[in-house]
Design a binder for this molecule. Structure first.
Ligand SMILES: Nc1ncnc2c1ncn2[C@@H]1O[C@H](COP(=O)(O)OP(=O)(O)OP(=O)(O)O)[C@@H](O)[C@H]1O
Ligand SMILES: [Mg+2]
Length: 273
């Protein structure tokens, strides 16, 4: 049976999803990106093939997406990130109308119509504040594992106020709050809130409506998800594998080549995303 691969070469991690011709996920893999996104993407593809018990020749089509998509040598073609995220999420749940993706370097808010077309989107890729990178820097400063950050932040009863929007100044603020004896939970809650406020601002500009989901690596931080939902005053759900929706969308586009599907977005949207 032919397989299809989607590679999301993000700024921080490379994700691969392998699907079969029925669109079922056969394997997933993720690698840290670092400076060499192309190498990470190639390694993630090899990991996914070995996890799926498949060979390179079993793969009939490969689509790359994400920040580093043009550097992925293994890809047959590329599709823009917004289009792939929308496609992946709509495949998982066609009732979804809003997607908020916070990755390592940017955040995006996407509005879908009932057919899964991208109606509009907003993106912030100017600054590390409000992204996963900001949280990574702060987790390191506070010596808290990234995966514990959300759980600990939710334990805070008195979140600290982080007033700097700049990552560098916010880091000094964190060091100073810690030196003053402020509880780590409170500082973490303040940091998650700072990211959530920015994401909610972006989602507000995109006029996100429910049912809406949160994706990207930062969707694994339960405090940020809860705070964005609170700010927007709408419920937000997180799909089971929130970091892989772009790669899933790319894999579905790869499958289209062999199994044609109706187009999801207009040409104009594709060019502008
Ligand atoms: N277990 C985890 N718990 C909480 N946060 C996490 C976890 N794993 C990753 N993250 C966050 O996810 C971010 C990376 O997300 P993701 O893999 O979606 O980024 P990316 O797609 O490479 O970046 P971009 O889309 O901005 O180009 C990290 O910066 C980190 O903040
Ligand atoms: Mg991404």
């Amino acid at each position: 049976m032919p397989l299809f691969a989607g590679i999301d070469a993000g700024s921080t991690t490379a994700k691969v999803v392998l699907i079969d011709d029925a669109g079922a996920v056969v394997a997933r893999s993720i690698r840290p990106g670092g400076a060499n996104l192309a190498a990470a993407a190639g390694a993630a593809l090899r990991d996914a093939l070995s996890a799926g018990g498949a060979e390179r020749d079993d793969v009939a089509g490969i689509v790359a997406t994400g920040y580093g998509r043009n550097a992925v040598a293994e890809a047959d073609r590329t599709v823009t990130e917004i289009t792939c995220h929308a496609r992946g999420i709509f495949h998982l749940d066609p009732t979804v109308r809003g997607v908020i993706d916070i990755g390592g370097q940017d955040s995006k808010a996407i509005v879908l119509d009932p057919s899964g077309n991208v109606v509009r989107f907003e993106m912030n890729d100017k600054c590390a504040a409000g992204t996963g990178r900001f949280l990574e820097v702060m987790a390191r400063t506070l010596e808290v594992p990234l995966e514990d950050m959300g759980r600990l932040a939710l334990e805070s009863r008195d979140p600290a106020v982080i007033s700097s929007t700049c990552t560098v100044f916010a880091e000094s603020e964190v060091v100073s709050l810690a030196a003053q004896g402020r509880a780590v939970e409170d500082i973490l809650a303040g940091l998650c809130r700072a990211v959530a406020v920015r994401a909610a601002g972006l989602a507000g500009r995109a006029r996100i409506q429910p049912p809406a989901v949160m994706t990207g690596g930062v969707a694994r931080n339960a405090a940020v998800v809860a705070m964005v939902a609170e700010k927007l005053n709408i419920p937000l759900t997180v799909p089971p594998e929130p970091q892989f929706s772009g790669a899933l969308g790319a894999a579905l586009f790869a499958r289209d080549t062999a199994v044609p599907q109706p187009p999801r977005v207009s040409r104009a949207q594709e060019i502008s995303s």
